[in-house]
Design a protein around this ligand. Sequence first.
Ligand code: DHB
Length: 310
Amino acid sequence: MVTLETKIAGVVLSNCIYNASGPRCTSPKQLIELNESNSGAILTKSCTENMREGNRTPKYYSNEMGSLNSNGLENLGYKIYSNFPYSIDLKKPYIVSVSGMSVYENINILTELKDNERVSLIEFNLSCPNIIDKPQIAYDFTLMDEYLHIITHTYNRKFGIKLPPYFDPFQFDRAAEIINKYPLVKYVTCINSVGNALIIDTINETTVIHPKSGHGGLGGHYIKPIGLANIRQFSKRLRKDIDLIGVGGIYNGMDAFEYILCGASAVQVGTCYYEEGIECFERISNELKNIMREKSYKNIKDFKGKLIEI
Ligand code: DHB
C-alpha cells in the first residue's frame, strides 16, 4: 500500500499535497470545497486585520507557462478565518496564512488566533510582493529577524513561515541563520511567487495586468527550477526539526516527486489549482502514487531529500 501521509510541524496530513495560499481559498465556500476535496489540508488566503478589496483589475493573467498576479491581499479579514472552522466539520488540518500590514496588525491577529484550537497551524507570510510601497519582509534580513522575534514572543505556539525566492548562496546562509535562532519556527514554505515580474501582450503592446505598472508575482512552470533550488538549499541549512513545504510550478505528480526528492515534506499547488480547480488534488495525488509504485516506494520518507548529486 502506497501512502502520501506526512507530518508538518508535528501535524499529520493524510495527503502531502494541498493548496497554496492565494488561489481559491478566500471565501468560506472555497474553504468548504477544500475541506471536502482530496487536498491534504485547508490553507487560507493570507489575511489582514480588516477586509481588503485588493488591487485594481485586471490583476491575474495566465498562459501555458504560468501566471502573473497582483491580487493585493484581497481577503475577508482575519475574524472570518478565525471563526470559520467552528461552522463546519473539519476533516483535515486547517492552516491560516497571516500577512498583516504592520507589526501591530500581525500582533493583533496572532493574539486572537493563538487560543483557537481549531487552527492547526499558522503560516506567517513574510513575502507578499504585491502591496504598493511595502517591501517583502524576508528580503530585508534585519526586518525579518525583528518580525520573527516579535511573533515568537506574541504567538507562543509553533508556526511556519512563507519565504520569497532567494537566488544567492549568501541569501540562503543569512536567511537560514536567522530562522534557526527561533525554536518555534517548525516549518518553512518556499517559494512565494517571483515578485515584480513583467509579462507583455505583444499584440496590443501592453502590460497584461494593471497594478504596479504591470509588475506582479510570477508563478507556474516558469518558476519550478527556482522553487526546487530553494527547497534544496534550505534542506542543507535549516535545523532538522524544521519541515520544508515546496511550492512553485507543481502541476503533476512528477513535479511533486521532484520537490520531495529535494527535501520537501509536503507540497502546495497554486497556479494549477487556480486554472484546473479542486479536481487537481485527486489527479496529482494519483499521479504521485503511481510514480511511487513504479519506483517501489511505499511512503514519502523513502525518497524525501534523497536527491543524488552527480
Ligand atoms: C498576495 C500575493 C502573494 O504572493 C502573497 O504572498 C500574499 C498576497 C496578493 O497579491 O494578494
